[in-house]
Design a protein around this ligand. Sequence first.
Ligand SMILES: NC(=O)c1ccc[n+]([C@@H]2O[C@H](COP(=O)([O-])OP(=O)(O)OC[C@H]3O[C@@H](n4cnc5c(N)ncnc54)[C@H](OP(=O)(O)O)[C@@H]3O)[C@@H](O)[C@H]2O)c1
Length: 259
Amino acid sequence: MASPVALITGSARGIGREVARTLAARGWTVVASARTLEAARAVAEEEGGEGKSFVPLELDVERQGSVQDAAHHVQALGMKLDVLINNAAHFETGWTQPLFDKTMNVNFYGPVHTMRAFSPLLVDGGRIVNVASWFGQLHQISQPYRDAVTSCNSIEELISNIKFNAMDGDMRATAHSCYKLSKACLIRATGFAAQDPDLVQRNIKVFAVCPGWVRTQMGGPSATRSVPEGAASVLALVDPKEEHVSGGFYRDGKPMSID
Ligand SMILES: NC(=O)c1ccc[n+]([C@@H]2O[C@H](COP(=O)([O-])OP(=O)(O)OC[C@H]3O[C@@H](n4cnc5c(N)ncnc54)[C@H](OP(=O)(O)O)[C@@H]3O)[C@@H](O)[C@H]2O)c1
């Protein structure tokens, strides 16, 4: 039987790298993507021991053209994906228009673009795993943004209605507020994607996961979890169980509140 195939964004380091390593060790074919082909090739070279199968792929989630090119490349290789893992993210503190644009591009619009570009390449019964965060729970953002996110009824509405408001004092005073908002949008978009008629008809499930606070470049050395522990939380939804409901938000395979 052919090995299952996973595509991971941001696989050159951190949790994405660990998920790539683990799946390859389990016999999966891993489409290891990174912002540059050199970085993706380095993953394949450094992790690709005997019997392990890596396909390096250039994919900068911030650039829609890069996402499209990457999807065309995978299609041209004749590959089908069992799982798409939207792992890449940008994490920086501040509340400015440029940081809002950058963070929403990488953490929210990027995963939306990859879901759309790669879903035709997913097998029936495939999965999409969006790596979110407890920072994306609604209590992490200001009341006006909570209202804005919860009143949106589609991914398109999230994209067009969630705008930067320089005057939002709570967001100005909150650390990592752009990141928190982007992950709140990603969690809500996961719920909408799970209802997409094409995905439902093809039995493709869509999950949001939180890896916990992990000792990566993003999480820093004081984080409570090792990289394998964080990756395990993502991997729990790569092979979901009966109780994992499409559109849900999970940590360590257990439901998390979106509030
Ligand atoms: N660490 C934590 O405590 C924690 C907690 C909650 C959620 N998370 C989530 O877990 C996921 C992985 O985080 P991590 O801790 O492993 O972070 P990390 O070590 O900082 O790695 C982030 C990855 O994202 C990639 N990336 C950034 N911008 C990109 C872009 N435009 N296109 C493609 N790739 C891009 C980076 O690539 P380069 O190498 O090219 O920079 C890197 O591979 C993220 O979604 C994060 O939000 C992490």
